[in-house]
Ligand binder design. Structure first.
Ligand SMILES: C[S@@+](CC[C@H](N)C(=O)[O-])C[C@H]1O[C@@H](n2cnc3c(N)ncnc32)[C@H](O)[C@@H]1O
Length: 258
């Protein structure tokens, strides 16, 4: 019997994987990896490791979840060390729970290696602390796609009442609806909001505004983006750091290379 490691590769920056995650890549006979991982991490794999791309962009899953589950089990039952490499954390909107359930049902040994989720890392790289003693003592990680109809109404009502900071995953295509719901259920239209695309990578792009104007300001911003709502977003003006360092480096490089 082999073993499966369900590993969080972190949010995009190569250096944001854990040591345990890196070891699981280096030891694997087979790696099944998703679209949002930093592909450079695959260079750490053994020379003869099999690398299998699982896809998982919102509209293109190159392998179905069932096919992925089947491969995990098949390779482990062949005695292989299998690393399932996922963006961010495997248990935060990563279907890691479903995969672990399948492994448990076949009594296949597995370990979970947590990763830094994009709901924390993307705001951090944009200079937005998700909690702060003066502005926020609670934060919710929310999926922008899973709730519909009446259920959605109750859901937003509850969230608006009970949470200070909202980190909304997979919400960018629903941004107008999300802003409408938040205002309808009691958030002032002046509430600060940020969209961070490709957070922690060299492509990171951040747009800020209010619930009233973000749809216009963030026009054209696509997936993968993290939506952050709450007073903490205002801190970005003082705390933004990553884009500055990155842009300074680029200017320096251009001036050296010419
Ligand atoms: C299927 S979920 C996977 C979440 C992942 N397991 C995690 O913990 O970050 C994909 C969504 O995560 C968010 N996301 C993932 N990586 C991101 C990044 N580098 N920057 C901003 N958002 C990101 C986006 O909202 C994207 O639509």
């Amino acid at each position: 019997m082999g073993k499966v490691y369900l590993v969080g590769a972190g949010p995009g920056d190569y250096d944001l994987i854990t040591l345990k995650g890196l070891k699981a890549i280096q030891e694997a006979d087979v790696i099944l990896y998703d679209r949002l991982i930093n592909q450079q991490l695959l260079e750490e794999a053994k020379e003869n490791a099999s690398l299998i791309f699982c896809g998982k962009s919102p509209d293109n899953h190159s392998l179905t979840q069932e096919a992925i589950n089947e491969l995990l089990c098949r390779y482990a039952l062949q005695g292989k060390v299998v690393t399932r490499l996922k963006g961010g954390d495997p248990f935060v909107f990563g279907r890691g729970g479903e995969e672990a359930e399948v492994l448990a049902s076949y009594q296949i040994p597995f370990e979970i290696v947590p990763g830094i989720t994009s709901g924390i890392a993307a705001p951090a790289y944009a200079g937005i602390p998700v909690t702060h003693r003066d502005f926020s003592s609670s934060v919710a990680f929310i999926s922008g796609v899973s709730k519909v109809g009446k259920e959605q109404e109750d859901y937003w009502k509850h969230v608006v009442k009970s949470m200070d900071t909202l980190c909304i995953y997979m919400g960018v295509s629903k941004l107008p609806d999300i802003c409408d719901q938040l205002i309808k259920h009691g958030l002032p239209s002046t509430t600060p909001i940020a969209l961070i695309r490709w957070g922690t990578t060299t492509e990171q792009e951040t747009v800020t505004g209010t619930l009233a104007d973000i749809v216009i300001k963030a026009h054209g911003i696509k997936n993968p983006s993290m939506i952050v709502v709450g007073e903490v977003v205002k801190l970005r003006e003082k705390l933004k750091w990553y884009e500055e360092i990155r842009d300074e480096k680029e200017v320096l490089l251009t001036s050296i290379v010419g």
